[in-house]
Structure formats: structure tokens, C-alpha cells
Design a binder for this molecule. Structure first.
Ligand code: THU
Ligand code: ZN
Length: 143
């Protein structure tokens, strides 16, 4: 995991971050109060976004990354290249294990992951870049 500054990122990566920040505003998280936004870039160059959507029965909760992936799949594409995840955390902000496994399902090459931490004023505090292979080595990917 590498800490980076905004000016080290490409235009497309900044676009992803902006889309993830915007969609985070739609997160429905009345139970955890923990809003997450995600925006991914598919192999065709299209962006798909997602936010977390909670339910009184916590098992029904959709994670932001999963919603973004589902949006890509319903558009007809099954191959993601890069994803930005935005949340407000006291440590770094990484996708959970379930989301990592779902990324394995819908990617062919290693996925680039941009993790954005917001401060208490909802401004970008820290940006980390990593990859799916770093976060989920030896992933289960074959039946
Ligand atoms: N959450 C995500 O949206 N993505 C993750 O990978 C980690 C967790 C959401 C689920 C729940 O609504 C809230 O964050 C707290 O766990
Ligand atoms: Zn998750």
C-alpha cells in the first residue's frame, strides 16, 4: 500500500475519486453511520458507481463496491480495471474481504485500488493506492 498525493494521479483516477465522493452522498447507512462510496472503471472505459445500502436486518446490507460491480455487470461488462473507495476512517480505508472476493470474480488482470480517507469536514485527507493481489493474495478463483 502506497500513500500518494492527488497530483500523482491520472485524470481518470481523479474522475473516479470524484465520482466515488459524489455517490457516497447517496449512501443509506442509518445503522452504522458509516458511509462508503465506490467508483470503478471497466474495461471499456466506463465508470460505474455504488454506495452502501443498509437494512434493519444487517445481513441484507449491500456494500458500496458490490453495488458498483453489480452496476457494471448489469450494463453488460464483466471486467473491472480500477476502483476508488471513499470513506471516513481513523485508519486507512480498504475494501472488506467479501468485496475483494467479488472483485476477483469480475476482473481478469490485477485490479488497481485507490483508497480515499476523508477528514471530519468531508475533505480528502489521505490517498493510498494498492492492488487486489496485494489485498487478496492466493485468491480463490477456480472451481
Ligand atoms: N461497507 C462497505 O460498503 N464496503 C466495505 O467493503 C466495508 C463495509 C459498509 C457496510 C456497512 O453499511 C458499513 O460499511 C459498515 O460496515
Ligand atoms: Zn465489502
Amino acid at each position: 500500500m502506497k500513500k500518494v498525493e492527488l497530483n500523482q494521479l491520472s485524470k481518470k483516477q481523479i474522475e473516479l475519486i470524484e465520482a466515488a465522493i459524489e455517490i457516497r452522498g447517496n449512501a443509506y447507512a442509518p445503522y452504522s453511520n458509516f458511509k462508503v462510496g465506490a467508483a470503478l472503471l471497466d474495461e471499456l472505459g466506463n465508470i460505474h458507481t455504488g454506495c452502501n445500502i443498509e437494512s434493519i436486518d444487517f445481513t441484507l446490507t449491500s456494500h458500496a463496491e458490490m453495488v458498483a460491480i453489480d452496476s457494471m455487470v448489469k450494463s453488460g461488462c464483466r471486467n473491472m480495471k480500477e476502483i476508488a473507495i471513499v470513506l471516513k476512517s481513523s485508519t486507512y480505508s480498504v475494501p472488506c474481504g467479501l468485496c475483494r472476493q467479488k472483485m476477483v470474480e469480475f476482473s481478469t488482470d490485477d485490479v488497481s485500488i485507490i483508497c480515499i480517507n476523508l477528514d471530519s469536514n468531508e475533505q480528502i485527507q489521505e490517498i493510498y493506492t494498492t492492488s487486489l493481489s496485494e489485498l487478496l493474495p492466493y485468491a480463490f478463483n477456480q472451481l
